[in-house]
Design a protein around this ligand. Structure first.
Ligand SMILES: N[C@@H](CCC(=O)N[C@@H](CS)C(=O)NCC(=O)O)C(=O)O
Length: 199
């Protein structure tokens, strides 16, 4: 048994962030596959691990448990070059992590989930999801026109968090062709993480 156990759904960007961080930083971990769409996050056994009923969750060998993808990502990246040593740059990384959870994931990941996993018809989707998701991609585009990664020349946790759902945004009906700098960045981050292109 590894010192780290990650409970996650391989179809979920939130969960994949944590797996990529552990792989990129060369840490051993066990992956426990949880079918979040099929209801496995709501079983009594799972709720005993995370009362919030969500993946990802990380459990350490001493029994400590951590939820929330970006908190797990930061824990796994501790001491690596995914976290800048400069205080202001670290705060900029956090800025992107909060942006991801408040202004990106609730639109891009949710629209993708509604289309891909819940088969909701296009006409029944909330139009706000497309508009607000496109706005988030526009914010990223402006930044990525000026530098290869969100903080500059070095990949950080911000790129891992934001690439998770951006690379599959087409499954949510978003056209990344409208955002060429974002498209180039997706390929760059995928290469740095050793991932096949999702497009
Ligand atoms: N803010 C949380 C969101 C986690 C989340 O939405 N998890 C989904 C899968 S992506 C889930 O477990 N859904 C199952 C459920 O709510 O029962 C994070 O970043 O970890």
């Amino acid at each position: 048994m590894s010192a780290i156990t990650l409970y996650g759904d391989s179809e979920s960007g939130n969960c994949l962030k944590t797996r990529w961080a552990a792989e990129h930083t060369g840490q051993d971990f066990d992956w426990v596959e949880i079918d979040s769409v099929g209801g496995e996050t709501r079983t009594e056994a799972f709720l005993a691990i995370n009362p919030a009923g969500q993946v990802p969750v990380m459990r350490l060998a001493d029994g400590r448990v951590l939820a929330q993808s970006n908190a797990i990502l930061l824990y796994l990246a501790e001491g690596s070059d995914l976290i800048p040593s400069d205080g202001f740059e670290r705060a900029q990384m956090m800025q992107w992590l909060f942006f991801e959870q408040y202004s990106h994931e609730p639109y891009i990941a949710v629209r993708r989930a509604q289309r891909r996993f819940f088969n909701i018809a296009e006409d029944d989707l909330d139009p706000d999801l497309l508009a607000k998701g496109r706005r988030a991609l526009g914010v990223m585009e402006m930044k990525l026109l000026t530098c290869p990664f969100l903080l500059g020349d070095q990949m950080s946790c911000a790129d891992i968090a934001l690439v998770a759902y951006t690379r599959v945004a087409h499954e949510g009906g978003f056209d990344l062709g409208e955002f060429p700098a974002v498209s180039g960045w997706v390929r760059r981050v995928e290469t740095a993480l050793g991932l096949e292109h999702a497009g």
